[in-house]
Design a protein around this ligand. Sequence first.
Ligand SMILES: *Cc1c(COP(=O)(O)O)cnc(C)c1O
Ligand SMILES: [Zn+2]
Length: 432
Amino acid sequence: MTATATAATTSAHFTHLKCKECGAEYEPQAIHVCEYCFGPLEVRYDISQLANTVTRQTIEAGPHSIWRYRPFLPVTSDNPIDVGTGMTPLVKANRLARRLGLKNLYIKNDAVNMPTLSFKDRVVSVALTRARELGFTTVSCASTGNLANSTAAIAAHAGLDCCVFIPADLEAGKVLGTLIYAPTVMAVQGNYDQVNRLCSEVANTHGWGFVNINLRPYYSEGSKTLGYEVIEQLGWELPDHVVAPLASGSLYTKIYKGFREFVEVGLVEDKAVRFSGAQAEGCSPIAQAFRENRDFVTPVKPNTIAKSIAIGNPADGVYALDIARKTQGQIESVTDAEIVAGIKLLAETEGIFTETAGGTTIAVLEKLVAAGKIDPEEKTVVYITGNGLKTQEAIQGCIGEPLTIEPKLASFERALERSRTLERLEWEPVLV
Ligand SMILES: *Cc1c(COP(=O)(O)O)cnc(C)c1O
Ligand SMILES: [Zn+2]
């Protein structure tokens, strides 16, 4: 064995893949379903080795990116693909909190995650690092938009060939934000679930690394960093309540796994955390199952402006249901109109412009508060996962317009007076 190979293996703390259903164990290769029961595979770690080697200080001394948590991520390389992903702001949202009647509200702002402005950069940084270790030279994905942006960008940085699959009806910003990195883009005439089925067939025949199919066990581990960072940013403490969007349900379940791992290795004191989830009514199979008290998820056909979370047949839906129930959380859905209102509310109170997934999460937060499901005193963290500049279509016609004026002071004064009059008409109560 060469010196580098020894160094590489001694620095890794993950050991194998394990079936979430029957417990069968596998070597950490590019596989994602159990041969015996078709259950999903998950990465396992040597927890006692982690507890013995990782401290708050070793993490704090690490890079300002997700790779400060490298011992908790499924890679062997000492040289992972680091494009500055992670360590996004955790903002105390006082104005939004006051508007909703809360006292202790935080926004985890992945609308400014690097390099493509969504939380997907976390999962892709991990998946492509692992893809390289496993010898793949072409990477791919089935995407609702953000994943294609991220896979194309990070593949470009790493010098990997890239071919991505998207539904043909995505927002212009998501398509452009992929094409700029010059991958091959397949716009499939169908919804995400059809794209995903096609990609499973391609993965079997072409030997490519699909970040969310054959590399899915590694990919999904990247979302745990959304849990680790919040703990660290709260001063090594768990929150009381989290609210996160649900598409496949992966992100939501992995925040939970991240919290549990930090408790298990002694990095943070244990405490009950409630997990609430957000879906768009036009694609809410998990929320429907929650409401009807079912432990299975019935697939639906998506029809919503929240395209980034429009997965009708969510792979991790049952695991998300389980977490919501055992933590006393809620899974709620909101209409497209409420999603637009949520986008505007976050922008106007906190100066954060999120996409439709974030609007969904804010609208669900509002709904949970109104229903008394979130206590005003609870330390609540809301996960904002994507950037509003990518889904401009969603708010077109729902926001103000600039006042066009001549380059003259008088023209400015007239326009200012007019806008103040309009504001008074909108805001002052009508006296009768
Ligand atoms: C993909 C995505 C999600 C949810 O992802 P899952 O892990 O599949 O539940 C949430 N928000 C945005 C913006 C996304 O792109
Ligand atoms: Zn199994």
